[in-house]
Design a protein. Structure first.
Ligand code: SF4
Ligand code: MG
Length: 336
């Protein structure tokens, strides 16, 4: 089956006073119809930049897609006109970001913001669009939607704004929903409700989801497949089970080991592995994880490892997979 979305050899850079920051360095990923793919990694790993580049929402300048293609529905999204991209963002690829206050328009009622896409891109009349807006608010669990539809974002609570953003993103029934840390700013109870809602909508509307997160608990809850990013590169991909129970990349082992247990404070999941990520102004020519990897060998610093297929869907890029590599005692998989 042909994937719904295909990212080939994507390179994205930011020009800064200090030079070119190579934020995304040759990413290959695909998304199948109706599936939820999580992209995980520390901040600065390139996960958000990858997601924003798909819909050409990186600030440009200083950001620039230097190379690669994003194939969706027979088109290369790096090449389509701004006008067409605008239309795609409004109707075929929806987006939810961490902070609804920066993405919602404070000067427009929530209802109008849902209606916009329907009227511009889907040919709805005004009354019909208003009805659909009410329906969408009801669908995402906003109480009293007939009244709420006429209110402004500041009249909503944080959790309700997040729901409103989901309603806007899903109103046009997009094929893909990109959710970048969609629940990070919310408290745990509301976070769980929003995730539950996204899952429900994914099943009901068959929307494929790209979920960007540093929270492996969210991944376990939501995703079927995972891509682990480090230093601007994807270093491992597989099913959720592959990544949680059979991780092959030392960075992924570290991530899994650092998952907070119930008796730990949540903040602790932010400092998984000692050391800091590579400087993308001057990226390493070998494995990006080499400076922090407890198993690093000479060659790791010199040459980027090739991809190894562990199975049809489970792939990893690490020199330990090379037939000549010394054996390594793998850490016990973490089973909660
Ligand atoms: Fe560690 Fe080398 Fe594998 Fe990179 S390639 S993760 S440095 S063992
Ligand atoms: Mg981010």
């Amino acid at each position: 089956m042909k994937p719904l979305l295909e990212i080939n050899n994507l390179h994205v850079s930011f020009n800064t006073y200090n030079g070119e920051v190579q934020a995304v360095r040759g990413v290959n990923l695909h998304l199948n119809k109706g599936e939820a793919l999580a992209i995980v990694g520390e901040s600065g790993s390139g996960k958000s930049v990858t997601a924003q580049s798909l819909v050409r929402l990186i600030p440009s300048p200083p950001g620039l897609i230097k190379q690669g293609e994003v194939l969706f529905d027979g088109r290369d999204l790096t090449q389509v006109s701004e006008k067409e991209m605008f239309k795609i963002r409004g109707s075929e690829i929806g987006m939810i970001f961490q902070d609804p206050m920066t993405s919602l328009n404070p000067t427009m009622t929530v209802g109008k913001q849902i209606m916009e896409g329907l009227m511009w891109h889907q040919g709805y009349g005004k009354a019909q669009a208003l009805q659909k807006a009410v329906d969408m608010l009801r669908l995402v669990g906003i109480p009293n939607p007939e009244k709420r539809v006429h209110q402004y974002p500041h009249q909503y609570s944080g959790g309700m704004r997040q729901r409103a953003m989901i309603a806007i993103a899903l109103a046009c029934n997009p094929k893909i929903l990109i959710a970048d840390e969609p629940t990070t700013a919310l408290d745990v109870t509301i976070q769980a409700q929003i995730l539950e809602l996204m899952k429900e909508l994914q099943e009901k509307m068959e929307t494929a989801i790209i979920l960007i997160t540093h929270d492996l608990g969210v991944v376990a809850e939501m995703a079927q497949r995972v891509a682990v990013m480090y230093g601007g590169k994807v270093v491992e991909t597989g099913t959720v089970e592959d990544i949680f129970y059979r991780p092959r990349h030392p960075y992924t082992w570290g991530l899994i080991q650092s998952m907070p247990r119930l008796d730990q404070k949540r903040e602790e999941d932010l400092i998984p592995i000692p050391g800091s990520p590579p400087d993308l102004l001057d990226p390493p020519k070998g494995c990006p994880f080499a400076d922090r990897c407890p198993h690093a060998m000479q060659i790791c610093h010199e040459e980027m490892p090739e991809w190894t297929n562990v199975s049809d869907v489970h792939r990893v890029t690490c020199w330990l997979e090379h037939p000549d590599a010394p054996p390594v005692e793998r850490e016990e998989p973490r089973v909660n």
